[in-house]
Design a binder for this molecule. Structure first.
Ligand code: SF4
Length: 228
């Protein structure tokens, strides 16, 4: 073996720490499982990230709120104005309704769930995130899921469903169904903002369906509580 080849065996210019430093600035750098040790490290990268153009206009990246040890992860779409300003997900009217929905079945927002989004930075004028933006940001979400290790993932709205599971079916068709993914149970549910626009509680309305879905979720949560 030539001395050049021998030296190249010890060349660490391509090592993972070099690549990790480039994650927030280069969308071509992959984010393999195990890149981050905790949620704070993901937040540090997201807050200086320009893997997509949303990094140019955000005030704060929105990483999550709640209990990192919780069995339930709730995944929403993307930050809105309130979230961009505070750095916290679901803090506007939708967030208040989500908290009420959880409370109605005895789930506590601070202790029983962790809440995050598919996209960490606010799309201008609250437009839906593009496929390119979702793909750029998705590895951060996958790392969040690996670290949080939730048993149950609730996907609120079509973007969350499409973003995580690449499932393009409408929420109205598959809400309330358990979908197995990576050894976890996922359930698509209506987004709280959709429920704000559809306030009726009559049978077979979105709010009524949400109530049915929450009963199923609470029952599964209780099952997991008894086996662990
Ligand atoms: S949305 Fe995600 S990928 Fe885009 S800049 Fe923000 S953190 Fe980076």
């Amino acid at each position: 073996m030539s001395s050049d080849v021998q030296l190249s065996l010890f060349d660490n210019s391509q090592n993972t720490s070099f690549a990790t430093d480039s994650i927030p600035t280069n969308v071509k750098i992959p984010i393999p499982p195990g890149t981050y040790q905790n949620i704070e490290q993901i937040g540090e990268h997201c807050n200086r990230c320009h893997r997509c153009e949303l990094g140019n206009t955000r005030t704060h990246a929105v990483i999550g709120r709640g209990n990192p040890q919780a069995k339930i992860l709730i995944v929403g779409e993307a930050p809105g104005q309130n979230e961009d300003e505070t750095g916290l997900p679901f803090v506007g009217r939708s967030g208040q309704l989500l908290d009420k929905i959880l409370e109605s079945v005895g789930l506590n927002t601070e202790t029983d769930v962790f809440i995050a989004n598919v996209i960490k930075c606010r799309p201008p004028n609250n437009r839906p995130p593009t496929v390119k933006e979702i793909e750029a940001c998705k590895p951060y979400l996958l790392e969040q899921i690996r670290i949080l290790d939730p048993k149950i993932i609730l996907l609120t709205g079509a973007t969350a469903l499409k973003g995580l599971l690449s499932d393009k079916r409408p929420i109205s068709k598959i809400r309330g169904q358990w979908i197995e993914w990576e050894n976890r149970l996922c359930m698509p549910i209506f987004h709280p903002s959709y429920l704000l626009r559809n306030p009726s509680r009559e049978p077979e309305t979105p709010k009524w369906f949400m109530w049915q879905d929450m009963q199923l979720i609470k029952a599964k949560f209780d099952e997991f509580k008894t086996v662990t």
